[in-house]
Design a protein around this ligand. Structure first.
Ligand SMILES: C[S@@+](CC[C@H](N)C(=O)[O-])C[C@H]1O[C@@H](n2cnc3c(N)ncnc32)[C@H](O)[C@@H]1O
Length: 294
């Protein structure tokens, strides 16, 4: 892959994000998932010359590139090299309330293609899957050391079919030889499920996703943000979340509709147009929900 492709990440639902965040000058926004800065740049441009963005990102290499790319906005952009679970804490330190918060969950093309940390089953890489090096456990640690019950929790929560017997199979395999690389896991999935070719990719995706969610505490992080972010929104401020799988979308939907502090603006999730899906395959599974602080 060419370097410029690696560093290119088309922001998903960009026009819709700007519209629903109601981006205007003189306002404060939080981008909880800066990535390579596509959404943040667009927010800064749409809110020029005075809108300000506080952007969170926890992947070290992504941060370096984003900092360099966005340096022209230095006086209106504060990059906070932390997980978005610290939004409330950090924004309270600033002594402000904000007009909008965006979370664009999931992986960037940069992490998938360029990090070498085993996010994709299409390349043989170490089974790491940590988005941030501050996380303690790699995917291989989970596969090689978790008990049967713990592994069952990981794979059943990730909606992996036949999770119970799959876990027993993994336990037998790891006794023979510990899991080290993505292809070790790919072989185990193929041997156990013997999936027909047309189903193989979906199955691998679901197994890899279940592990990645565990390594990065993705659902716990989202739950914490859903609880805490409304506290830093002004009345009328918007909370916009783009998710990429049903586990996340379900959490967002439930939390938004049961939260007395919020008013749901999207009864049904907003999805990318057919043109966007064609142009950007990563956008295919995107679902965006928006709520407004009362
Ligand atoms: C889908 S990408 C964001 C792309 C970005 N909106 C853009 O337009 O370039 C998600 C990013 O969020 C980061 N991320 C995921 N979970 C995070 C967390 N809990 N805290 C901070 N950053 C996180 C990932 O490292 C990744 O760079």
């Amino acid at each position: 892959m060419r370097e410029e492709d690696l560093y290119h990440h088309e922001p998903v639902l960009l026009k819709e994000v700007l519209y629903w965040l109601k981006v205007e000058k003189d306002k404060f926004y939080v981008d909880g998932t800066l990535g390579l800065g596509g959404h943040t740049r667009a927010i800064l441009e749409a809110g020029a010359p005075t809108a300000k963005v506080y952007a969170f990102e926890w992947n070290e290499n992504t941060l370096k590139i984003a900092r360099e790319r966005l340096k022209e906005y230095r006086d209106r952009l504060k990059i906070i090299p932390k997980s978005f679970v610290y939004i409330k804490e950090e924004i309270e330190k600033e002594g402000i309330l904000v007009d909008g918060v965006l979370l664009d969950l999931g992986l960037s093309s940069f992490l998938i293609e360029g990090s070498g940390r085993g996010f994709t089953f299409q390349k043989d890489e170490p089974l790491d899957m940590r988005m941030s090096l501050e996380l303690d456990l790699k995917a291989e640690d989970i596969l090689n050391t978790f008990s049967e019950e713990e592994l069952f929790r990981v794979f059943s929560r990730g909606e992996v079919p036949r999770a119970k017997s799959f876990v027993r199979y993994l336990l037998r395999k790891r006794k023979e030889k510990p899991f080290k690389t993505t292809f070790d896991l790919v072989s185990a999935v193929r041997e156990f499920f013997k999936p027909p070719k047309r189903k193989e990719k979906d199955l691998l995706a679901v197994v890899f996703q279940a592990l990645r969610i565990e390594v990065n505490h993705e659902l716990e992080n989202l739950e914490r943000a859903l609880k805490e972010v409304p506290e830093v929104l002004k009345s009328g401020g918007r909370f916009v979340i783009i998710s990429f799988h049903s586990l996340e979308d379900r959490l967002v939907k439930r939390a938004f509709s049961s939260d007395q502090r919020l008013f749901v603006l999207t009864k049904k999730p907003i999805v990318p147009s057919p043109e966007e899906m064609k142009r950007n395959p990563r956008a295919r599974s995107a679902k965006m929900r928006v709520a407004e602080r009362r």
